[in-house]
Design a binder for this molecule. Structure first.
Ligand SMILES: C[S@@+](CC[C@H](N)C(=O)[O-])C[C@H]1O[C@@H](n2cnc3c(N)ncnc32)[C@H](O)[C@@H]1O
Length: 258
């Protein structure tokens, strides 16, 4: 199976799977970071935008959004939600982010690639180069990817030594998804973006502390609103601390087109 087939199958359940306290925290960190780089107005490309997790609130905030994805199933869910909420300022198109020839150079005021499409698209270098091309000069891309060291911890607990060895050699693994995922270290993510021409503005971990807590325990802790708020405060304070970033489950990068 490839990423397209995987997300086609998952699409009807996708939103429900992420309705957890842990992912509420993840989204709060993400939203804080995106908000820092939003243009005052304009058109935002949501690449690998899936069911519209980010396109919908951005459209409701007044931005015009172009949501692209490889999975027809995910796009179907996005269209349904847009119709339900009567949102008109989102264009939904099936486009492969490694080849965005349908968009001209310097078109978008911001590009998002949230939820790790760069890890799943099969050629992160092509996708990063395409994002750079379609972004306007001086504007930002905010992208998240799967983090290698967070995955290493998981493979150790599952005693998956062969997969671990190949991961160290190639930064890639096909484990439990059936398609190959690219895992990044802070350094290799930085390299990807600089290689595409970006000035790297910020790299952060999502989340840096709570990724290290067993997931059920994290849910228990975060269900308490006071604990959630305190943890969020700490995560926002330390999310870009270079000593911590590499052990997060996900990395996020902000690149500026120069
Ligand atoms: C985990 S989902 C994230 C969806 C959404 N951005 C979010 O944050 O909820 C990853 C998405 O990347 C999409 N994707 C994978 N490869 C892609 C490609 N080559 N071009 C466009 N989208 C792709 C998948 O279909 C899926 O919808």
């Amino acid at each position: 199976m490839d990423a397209e087939g995987f997300y086609d199958e998952r699409a009807p359940f996708y939103d429900g799977e992420y309705k957890t306290p842990f992912f509420d925290l993840y989204r709060a960190i993400t939203w804080d970071n995106i908000s820092r780089f939003l243009p005052s107005k304009g058109v935002i490309l949501d690449a690998g935008g899936g069911t519209g997790e980010w396109a919908l609130p951005l459209a409701e905030a007044g931005y015009d959004v172009v949501l692209i994805d490889i999975s027809r199933g995910m796009l179907r869910q996005a269209r349904r939600k847009l119709e339900e909420r009567n949102i008109k300022n989102v264009t939904v198109e099936r486009v492969d982010m490694t080849d965005m020839g349908c968009f001209q150079d310097n078109t978008f005021d911001m590009v998002l690639a949230q939820g790790d499409p760069l890890s799943y698209c099969g050629n992160a270098e092509h996708a990063a180069a395409e994002i750079y091309r379609v972004l306007k000069e001086g504007r930002h891309c905010v992208a998240s990817v799967d983090c290698m060291y967070g995955f290493v911890l998981r493979l150790i607990t599952l005693k998956q030594w062969d997969i671990l060895q190949r991961l160290f050699e190639t930064e890639r693994a096909a484990f439990q998804t059936g398609f190959e995922i690219r895992y990044f270290t802070p350094q290799s993510l930085n390299h990807l973006f600089e290689g595409a021409g970006f000035e790297v503005v910020r790299i952060l971990g999502k989340p840096v502390f709570l990724s290290l807590v067993p997931r059920e325990r994290a849910h228990d802790l975060l269900r308490d609103k006071k604990v959630f708020d305190r943890v969020l405060e700490l995560e926002l304070q330390f999310c870009d601390d270079p000593n911590l970033v590499g052990f997060a489950g996900h990395l996020e990068i902000v690149g500026k087109k120069v």
